[in-house]
Structure formats: structure tokens, C-alpha cells
Design a protein around this ligand. Structure first.
Ligand code: BLA
Length: 510
């Protein structure tokens, strides 16, 4: 199935990219049955590399095709490795044309895959290995996610020689942001650009959990067909999920060419079995790395993902401690003040900070009090009623309120996100925090008003950035679980305060 180039943005979710029936031409693929070790498939360029006929190879014993000794070596490798772990081996296959340098061997779904590299790499492998060693040794252990990402892009660029290396991070909705970049000085920066989830469709994300590393050696390549059967007919059924040479989606190639990219390397960063992000490398001209360097990049990716996970846990803990300190300050103010309103009002910047909000509104005994960036009092009164009706007495957080209420003029700008905390004393008393639209919040990576680099309307990162802006109009950054927990904690502070004030008033009366 070919994706239409002017695509409906969801239509590419169904492209079966794991079984494209073709490979990229920088290598040769031989597939054998895992049990019998008879060849089931070869890529069409097998003949020109080996000097054998494709028809003769298909159905033959692997040992007759690549030699007895290499077959024994790969059998040993496969029996000692976990089945889906790729091993990179140097095998002398005795092919009289195109001597093969590296062979990536792995077994998957009843087949053994041999990916033979052809061609030369401009990379000095010994230097690459010692570079990788120093990269792993130097990766910072006790630092922020931002610092780890910065060090990673610099290191991967040094090792692989790509023109641009980025760390691309996904948010909860699957939209992405370039959070670190190291590049050739003359290239336009993409740092802090954001892209919609549809730029990397769902099936591709799923695939990238198993195939952690991908090389597109030349975005302008002609795919090479995979052949099977006695007559060596084209085959599109084989699952190539683990195959590095797998033909890439033509739509993605178009995207890369429009961006002026000639070759890419992408490394998955995986957390808790989900794609946290990727290290994405671009080169203006065709470029790739040898299989062993790619395998080392995979290792770097796994280590970086672990370090990022630890850093995120440390950062979350730091934020919880910070939030508890803010909460303690608010509690002190409420306890000291003559009323809840005076107490909360005296620490309104802390109230706003507690939730990383733009502003906060209190509704106490029918009166609305506003602090920070909020819509008008009349509008806020309407919002209290609207949210109260759906919240049913519970804490309620919404990060697309501005979208749901697009008919409320100018609402989105200040109140795309709302966090509602009903207080317990009076049914209509409550607090609402407001968050601005995310498009106002982000740091612009470039001028979004600048015309896209592709006037003929083809897909490209600039177009994608504009599409992302459309997608997130009326939404705010999401409210986190820690913030919702903090809302419950604050409710306890306010309820205690109210009881104390009530007791004090009673005592004064008696
Ligand atoms: C794949 N899209 C990808 C990949 C990236 C991006 C990183 C992983 C493939 C790779 O290894 O290169 C997206 N690349 C980006 C973005 C930047 C970048 C956002 O450098 C920004 C700097 N792509 C589209 C649209 C569709 C689409 C509109 O933009 C479809 C409707 C499809 N992208 C698409 C497909 C793949 C993909 C099908 C999978 C390619 C494959 O592995 O076969």
C-alpha cells in the first residue's frame, strides 16, 4: 500500500511499514528458515553482489549459498544470543563481487535474517569505538535531563559525523519537541520546534520499540525488491520489523527530502516500554555508519534512556519537595490571617506558583476574587458555574477547556487549562487555577509567522510546526498528578483554616 503524498494525516497510520517487501540498496538481505536453514528470500541485488543467480539461492541450503564455515559461525552466534538481539559479525562469504564487510545476524518470527553491508563508510571505525568508549564514560550521572540531552547530541555527532543531531522528546499526546541540538553552524536551528504526533504515525512508534535503531543511508534511493519462491517472485508478506535494511515509508522520505536531508540515523529512547523520545541525526547528503557503530549507538541510546529516567525521577522528587514548601507557606498565611480570603490573598503569588498556573480565582460566599492572569470577573463567574456542573464536587482538571469553549471570546488565551478545587464549607465556594494556551507558553524556535520554506505546499517541518500550532490551539500544558495531589492537600489546609476561624468566631461570641 502506497501512502498518497498529499495525505490525510491519519491515513498513514495504516501503512504496513513493517512488511514493505523491499530494502534499501546499501545492503543485501538473505532470509532463511530458522529450523531448516534453507534460504526463503533474497533481495534482488543478491545476484549482483554474490555472482549467484537469485533463483538458485532461493530454496538452497544456506551453507551452499554463503559457505559452510560462515553458516556454522552464525549458527553459533544465534544459539548464544537472545533470539531478537542482532549480532554484528564479519564473515568471509567468498562472494567474488562486492566483498561484504559486516553481517548483521538475527532470528525473528521463524526466520534468520542476514543483512550484508556493501559499500564503504567514510568513518574511521577505530576512532568511532574509542569515541563511544569516552562518550559512555563521560555521560553525566547526576544532572538534569536537559544537560544529559545536550551532552548526548554532542557525543553522537562526534561519533557519527552527521550534520545535525537532535534529541526529540514526546509529550503525553505524542507531540514532539526538539529539546537538544548539535549542528553544523550554517544550518537553520530546529531547537525548541514542536511537531504534531502525526509526523511519526502510531505503527512507526510501535515498531521503533522493537527496532531501536534505523538508518536511511540515502533519502533518494531506489528500493530493492525482496524475492521468494522458485520463480523468485516479489514478496510483500515477510515481517521485517527487526530488519535494519527495511525499505522506509515513501511519505517519510518525501518529508526528509523536502527538509533537504540526504541521510538519517534515528535511535529510540525507551522508558518503561514506551517511546520517551529519539536521537535523530540528519545529514545534508547521503550518509550512514557501519553496522558495528550503529550497534554502539544503540547501546548509547539505552544508557542515555536510563540516565534520563533517573534524572526525571530526581527532578520529580525535587518538584514535590518544592511544592510542599509552597504549601507550608500558604498554610502559615491562612493560619495567621483573620479570614481565608485574607490568608490566601496575602500569598497569591505562591498560590499561582503551586500549580505553575497563569492566575487563580477564589469564589467565596458568592464573591469572585482574581489574582494573576485570569479572564474578567464576569467570565470567571460563568466558568465557575460551568465547571461546577461537570465536576460534581470533585477536583477537576482540564487542559483543553479553551477548545471546548471556543465560543467564549478570548477565553483560550488565558484559560485554556482549568484546575477546579471545590471547598467543603459552602457548595459554591471553590478555587480555579487558569493556564494560558500552550502556544503562548512555548519558547518559539523560530518565527511561526515566517513563510514556510516550501511554497508548493509539500510536507515539511515548517508546515508541521504550523499544523502543531493549529492542533494545540485552545489547550494548555497538562496538569500533572503531583499538582492534582497538591490541590487535595490545599483543600485540607483551607478546610482546617475555615474550622479554626469558625471556632475562633464562636469563642469570641460566647
Ligand atoms: C517516521 N517521522 C518519522 C521519523 C521521524 C519523523 C524522526 C523516524 C524515522 C527516521 O528514522 O527518520 C519526524 N523527523 C521528524 C520530525 C523531525 C524530524 C518531526 O527530523 C523534526 C525535526 N510523516 C509526516 C506525515 C506522515 C508521516 C504527515 O510528516 C504521514 C501522514 C509519516 N513518518 C511517517 C512514517 C514514518 C515516519 C510513515 C515511518 C518511516 C519508516 O520507518 O518506515
Amino acid at each position: 500500500l502506497q501512502c498518497p503524498v498529499v495525505a490525510d494525516l491519519t491515513s498513514c497510520d495504516i501503512e504496513p511499514i513493517h512488511a514493505p517487501g523491499a530494502i534499501q540498496p546499501y545492503g543485501v538481505l538473505i532470509v532463511a528458515d530458522a529450523k531448516t536453514l534453507h534460504v526463503t528470500h533474497v533481495s534482488e541485488n543478491f545476484a549482483s553482489s554474490s555472482g549467484l543467480r537469485n533463483e538458485d539461492a532461493i530454496g538452497a541450503a544456506l551453507s551452499a549459498v554463503i559457505g559452510v564455515e560462515p553458516t556454522a559461525m552464525l549458527q553459533a552466534a544465534l544459539s548464544s544470543e537472545r533470539h531478537s538481539v542482532a549480532s554484528v559479525m564479519t564473515l568471509d562469504l567468498g562472494f567474488h563481487r562486492s566483498p561484504c564487510r559486516d553481517v548483521v545476524v538475527q532470528a525473528h518470527a521463524g526466520h534468520v535474517f542476514l543483512e550484508l553491508e556493501i559499500g564503504h563508510h567514510p568513518i574511521d571505525r577505530h576512532k568511532a569505538v574509542s569515541n563511544i568508549q569516552s562518550v559512555i564514560a563521560e555521560l553525566p550521572r547526576q544532572t538534569s535531563v536537559a544537560e544529559i540531552a545536550d551532552r548526548t547530541v554532542a557525543a553522537v555527532r562526534r561519533v557519527t559525523g552527521y550534520d545535525r543531531v537532535m534529541v526529540y522528546r514526546f509529550d503525553a499526546e505524542g507531540h514532539g519537541e526538539v529539546v537538544a541540538e548539535d549542528k553544523r553552524a550554517d544550518l537553520e536551528p530546529l531547537l525548541h520546534y514542536r511537531y504534531p504526533a502525526s509526523d511519526i504515525p502510531a505503527q512507526a512508534r510501535k515498531l521503533y520499540l522493537t527496532q531501536r535503531i534505523r538508518i536511511i543511508a540515502d533519502t533518494d534511493y531506489q528500493p530493492v525488491k525482496l524475492l521468494t519462491g522458485e520463480q523468485a517472485f516479489a514478496s510483500e508478506a515477510l515481517d521485517m520489523s527487526y530488519c535494519t535494511l527495511r525499505r522506509v515509508s515513501p511519505l517519510h522520505l518525501e518529508y526528509l527530502r523536502n527538509m533537504g536531508v540526504g541521510g538519517t540515523l534515528a535511535i529510540s529512547l525507551i522508558h518503561d516500554e514506551a517511546l520517551w523520545g529519539m536521537v535523530v541525526c540528519h545529514h545534508q547528503t547521503p550518509h550512514s555508519v557501519p553496522a558495528d557503530v550503529a550497534a554502539m549507538c544503540d547501546l548509547v541510546g539505552q544508557i542515555v534512556a536510563l540516565l534520563i529516567q533517573q534524572a526525571e525521577e530526581r527532578e520529580a522528587l525535587g518538584r514535590t519537595v518544592e511544592r510542599q514548601a509552597i504549601l507550608a507557606g500558604i498554610k502559615g498565611a491562612v493560619d495567621r490571617a483573620p479570614s481565608i480570603l485574607a490568608g490566601l490573598g496575602s500569598v497569591h503569588p505562591a498560590m499561582v506558583d503551586l500549580m505553575d498556573a497563569g492566575g487563580v480565582a477564589l469564589r467565596l460566599s458568592g464573591c469572585v476574587h482574581l489574582f494573576g492572569a485570569t479572564p474578567s470577573a464576569t467570565m470567571v463567574d460563568l466558568i465557575f458555574d460551568d465547571v461546577e456542573a461537570v465536576a460534581l464536587g470533585e477536583v477537576f482538571a482540564e487542559d483543553s477547556f479553551g477548545r471546548r469553549r471556543l465560543d467564549w471570546v478570548d477565553l483560550a488565551d488565558l484559560a485554556s487549562g482549568v484546575l477546579y478545587l471545590p471547598l467543603l464549607n459552602n457548595p459554591h465556594d471553590a478555587i480555579i487555577w487558569f493556564r494560558p494556551q500552550v502556544v503562548r507558553t512555548i519558547v518559539w524556535g523560530g518565527d511561526p509567522g515566517k513563510p514556510a520554506a516550501d511554497p508548493d505546499g509539500r510536507i515539511s517541518p515548517r508546515k508541521s510546526f504550523a499544523r502543531w500550532l493549529e492542533l494545540v490551539r485552545g489547550t494548555s500544558l497538562p496538569w500533572t498528578r503531583t499538582q492534582i495531589r497538591a490541590a487535595h492537600d490545599l483543600r485540607r489546609v483551607v478546610t482546617d483554616g475555615m474550622l479554626r476561624h469558625a471556632e475562633a468566631s464562636l469563642a469570641r461570641l460566647s
